[in-house]
Design a protein around this ligand. Structure first.
Ligand code: SF4
Length: 347
C-alpha cells in the first residue's frame, strides 16, 4: 500500500486534486484551440477515454476567446496553457478557464504576474506554476533538478506574496532522473498538489517507457496528485498510458488488467494472437476486470484461477476459468471467442 504525501486540496472546476483525492489523469489537446469544432471533438474522445482534466494551448487571442465556446460544449474542467503573453491568461480567465497554467519564467514582469493573479483570484481559479526544462528562466545555465525547483519556488513565493495560495506546481524535465529528483525535492518544500510528468517524452513507444519510469517512480514514493503523460501522438494514448501507470501501482481500479505470460518453448498455442485480440476488444471496458492468459500448465492454471476470467493453454486446446473455476475446455480455434463470451457475461 502506497502512502501518499499530504498536500492541500485544490479544485480545478469539478475535480479536486491533492488531499485524499484520487490521482487525476489529464491530457492536452493537439488541435488549434481557435478551431472550436475540432478541439471539442478531441476533448470528447479524451473524456470517453477517462481523461479528467483537459488543457488547451492558448497561443493567441482567438484561442483565448475560443475557451468560452469550447466550455459550453464540454464537461471536463479546462486548463488554459499560456506562455509569454499575460494578457492571454487574463482573457482565458474571463472566458471561463478552470485553471491557468503559466510558466512564470517567460510570462514577464512582476506587474504582469500581478495582473494574472488578480484575474485568477476574482474567479477563484487555481494557477499552476509549470516550470519546464525547455523554458527555464535564462539565469539558470542548466536545467538541473535544483534549478527547476528553485525557479518553481521563487515563482510560488511571488504568488504567495500577492496573497494567492490556490496553487499547483510542476517541475518537468525531459530527463527521467532529473524529473524524479526535482519532484522529490519539491515535495519536501511545498504542500501544494503536484502535477507530475516527464516532459516531451517522445513517440508512444519510447514516451510510454520514460513516463512510466518517471511518473511511476514518483507515485510509488507517494508523490504526485495529478499526472499527464506527454506523447507525440494521439492524446487518447496519453490517457490510456496514464491509467496503465496508475493500474500498475494499484492506485486505481479501472478497466481490464491483462496478465499474460511471455510464452516459451512449452507453449503449444498461439498466445500472442489471442492476447492482442483480447486486449483490443476489451479496451473500452470500464469495470475493473482481471484477465489471465497463460501459455501452458506450469503457471497457467494458477494465474488463471486467481483472475476474474482466465485461459490456460494446453496442447491445441485451452481451459477457460471464471472466478477460479474451470468452466470449459475449448479447441484452440475457439479460445479467443470463448474467453470473450465469459468476459461479456461478467461485465
Ligand atoms: S506459463 Fe508456460 S508457456 Fe507461459 S512462460 Fe510460463 S512456462 Fe512458458
Amino acid at each position: 500500500m502506497i502512502s501518499r504525501k499530504k498536500t492541500k486540496t485544490i479544485n480545478i472546476g469539478t475535480v479536486a486534486i491533492g488531499g485524499n483525492n484520487p490521482i487525476a489523469v489529464q491530457s492536452m489537446t493537439k488541435t488549434f484551440t481557435s478551431n472550436v469544432a475540432e478541439t471539442v471533438k478531441q476533448i470528447k474522445r479524451l473524456e470517453e477515454a477517462g481523461c479528467q482534466i483537459v488543457r488547451c494551448a492558448v497561443p493567441d487571442t482567438e484561442s483565448a476567446y475560443a475557451i468560452d465556446k469550447i466550455k459550453k460544449k464540454i464537461r471536463l474542467p479546462l486548463v488554459a496553457d499560456i506562455h509569454f503573453d499575460y494578457k492571454l491568461a487574463i482573457i482565458a480567465a474571463e472566458m471561463g478557464a478552470d485553471k491557468l497554467r503559466i510558466n512564470p519564467g517567460n510570462i514577464g514582469s512582476l506587474e504582469k504576474i500581478k495582473a494574472v493573479v488578480s484575474a485568477a483570484k476574482e474567479r477563484g481559479i487555481p494557477i499552476r506554476v509549470g516550470v519546464n526544462s525547455g523554458s527555464l528562466e535564462k539565469k539558470y545555465k542548466h536545467p538541473t533538478a535544483k534549478a527547476l525547483v528553485e525557479s518553481a519556488l521563487s515563482n510560488v513565493r511571488i504568488l504567495e506574496k500577492l496573497g494567492f495560495y490556490n496553487i499547483i506546481v510542476a517541475v518537468k524535465s525531459t530527463s527521467v532522473p532529473v524529473t524524479i529528483e526535482a519532484y522529490r525535492l519539491l515535495s519536501q518544500k511545498v504542500d501544494y498538489p503536484l502535477h507530475i510528468g516527464v516532459t516531451e517524452s517522445g513517440i508512444p513507444k519510447i514516451g510510454t517507457i520514460k513516463s512510466s519510469v518517471g511518473i511511476g517512480a514518483l507515485l510509488a514514493e507517494g508523490i504526485g496528485n495529478t499526472l499527464r503523460v506527454s506523447l507525440t501522438g494521439d492524446p487518447v494514448e496519453e490517457v490510456r498510458v496514464g491509467y496503465e501507470i496508475l493500474k500498475a501501482l494499484e492506485l486505481v481500479k479501472k478497466g481490464v488488467t491483462i496478465i499474460s505470460c511471455p510464452t516459451c518453448g512449452r507453449c503449444k498455442t498461439q498466445m500472442e494472437k489471442v492476447v492482442s485480440e483480447i486486449e483490443r476488444k476489451t479496451r473500452d471496458i470500464i469495470k475493473p476486470l482481471k484477465i489471465a492468459i497463460m501459455g501452458c500448465e506450469v503457471n497457467g492454471p494458477g494465474e488463471a484461477k486467481d483472475a476474474d476470467v482466465g485461459l490456460a493453454g494446453g496442447n491445441g486446446s485451452g481451459l477457460i476459468f471464471v472466478k477460479g473455476k474451470i468452466v470449459k475446455k475449448v479447441p484452440e480455434s475457439r479460445m479467443t471467442s470463448a474467453l470473450l463470451e465469459e468476459i461479456r457475461r461478467l461485465i
